[in-house]
Write a protein that binds this ligand. Structure first.
Ligand code: PLP
Length: 428
């Protein structure tokens, strides 16, 4: 495949946009080479500026669970746009999507809409602190909750249990209120509660992480966090920005049968428009302004374009929940196909999968947390990524990202993908 035009567009973009992109992973830093530029997309396919067709396994990093340009969502956006794109005044549409979301997700009474997953997680933590009157939070290495300061934290050195900033611009003061734990390590979390008795407002976690590849929670791990939160009067925040309305109608809470206290959403809930949300039971949500004292606001929050796109997406999933089985079956088919080809060719690998999330790791140790995810052979990953791309398959351009299948992908597309790997595997 030829990427002349994409490369020229990237060179021009770099003159006017830092690194040529508006979100770092798009720049292909982890895999090398120039990113492709998309011209348009339809169903399972991306069409790039050089005239190539690519099967898309990221679906805008999750939102487009029914494929690109899903006609009912496109119609909803067009119809809304004709009536004005934002008012800053309440609409009936906001209640309509709130009511539907609350009916689909277990254990929530009220929901507040924002404009991104970052905003949702940032607000959820503020609400948890306001509700509990405590300041510290626990997060897990490798879990991503957006780019707000409190989450850009890495492990401190030596015996220090506090996090340290992992980006310039994040203050040490902020970092000291975020404690870092190992995913799937309950004892580590217990120890943090012991050494910070009475200070922890909340644990925030991706119940099924998709930002260090796809990682599965060990049996009893999330239940253990639930008990620790109950024992220490802390809130359990499930960041379901990725898993919400993807793993099941009710997300990971429903699939894994665990109740969180606050749940955050993004991605699918906006149907491809910029939407995030956070939700909880009344007792907690009543602390939010204007009902309560915890401040949170947004000029474009709940705008009719985004709400109509989101409502149409959620309604499609609610009306046809068999789509979750369909997605899981397709993902299992892909998993098996990839595993067969890699095994036959003696390529060391691990594949993690749950529902429509799957990731391939070039390592022989089980991938259960950030440390083990980081053991993957990145040179092999680069050859895999670029090989598949040249065969017409767009995978996440980083070994630390999950694939997100969309239901427009057909079994022929999956076979095409597995065939592509048969050609590529010889170079791995
Ligand atoms: C994508 C993501 C976010 C951030 O959402 P943005 O809309 O990019 O701000 C937060 N948490 C998780 C789990 C995500 O996958």
């Amino acid at each position: 495949m030829i990427y002349q035009r994409s490369s020229a567009l990237f060179a021009e973009a770099q003159q006017y946009i830092p690194g040529g992109v508006n979100s770092p992973v798009r720049a292909f830093k982890a895999v090398g080479g120039d990113p492709i530029f998309v011209k348009e997309a339809k169903g399972a396919y991306l069409f790039d500026e050089d005239g190539n067709r690519l099967i898309d396994y990221i679906a805008s990093w999750g939102p487009l669970i029914l494929g690109h340009a899903y006609p009912p969502v496109v119609d909803a956006i067009v119809n809304s746009a004709k009536k004005g794109t934002s008012y800053g005044i309440p609409t009936a549409l906001e209640t309509k999507i709130a009511k539907l979301a609350v009916s689909m997700v277990p254990n929530i009474d009220k929901i507040r809409f924002v404009n991104s997953g970052t905003e949702a997680c940032m607000s959820a933590v503020r609400l948890a602190r306001g509700f509990t009157g405590k300041e510290r939070i626990i997060k897990f290495a490798g879990c991503y909750h957006g780019h707000s300061d409190a989450f850009l934290i890495q492990a401190g050195s030596g015996a220090v249990t506090f996090g340290t900033p992992n980006s310039p611009g994040v203050t040490k003061g902020t970092a000291k209120d975020t404690l870092l734990a190992r995913y799937n390590d309950l004892e580590n979390v217990e120890a943090l509660f012991r050494s910070n008795e009475g200070e922890i407002a909340a644990i925030i976690i991706e119940p099924v992480p998709g930002n260090m590849g796809c990682i599965l929670p060990r049996e009893g791990f999330l239940e253990g966090l639930r008990s620790l939160c109950d024992a220490h009067d802390a809130l359990l925040i499930f960041d379901e920005v990725m898993t919400g309305f993807r793993l099941a109608k009710g997300g990971a809470q429903e699939l894994l049968d665990i109740d969180a206290d606050i749940v955050t959403f993004g991605k699918v809930i906006g149907g491809g428009l910029p939407v995030g949300a956070f939700a909880a039971r009344n007792e907690i949500m009543s602390h939010l302004a204007p009902e309560g004292p915890v401040y949170q606001a947004g000029t474009l929050s709940g705008n009719p374009l985004a709400m109509n796109a989101g409502f149409t997406m959620l309604k499609a999933l609610n009306d046809a929940p068999e789509v979750f089985d369909s997605l899981e079956n397709k993902t299992a088919y892909l998993h098996e196909g990839i595993a067969n080809v890699l095994e036959k060719n003696g390529v060391v690998h691990r594949i993690n999968r749950l529902g429509s999330m799957v990731s391939v790791h070039f390592t022989n140790t089980p991938v259960v947390d950030f440390e083990t995810a980081a053991k993957g052979n990145n040179d092999t990953f680069k050859r895999y990524f670029h090989g598949m791309l040249s065969e017409g398959v767009y995978l996440p351009p980083s070994a630390f990202e999950s694939y997100f299948l969309n239901d427009a992908i057909s079994y022929e597309d999956l076979d095409f993908t597995i065939d592509a790997l048969r050609k590529v595997v010889k170079m791995l």
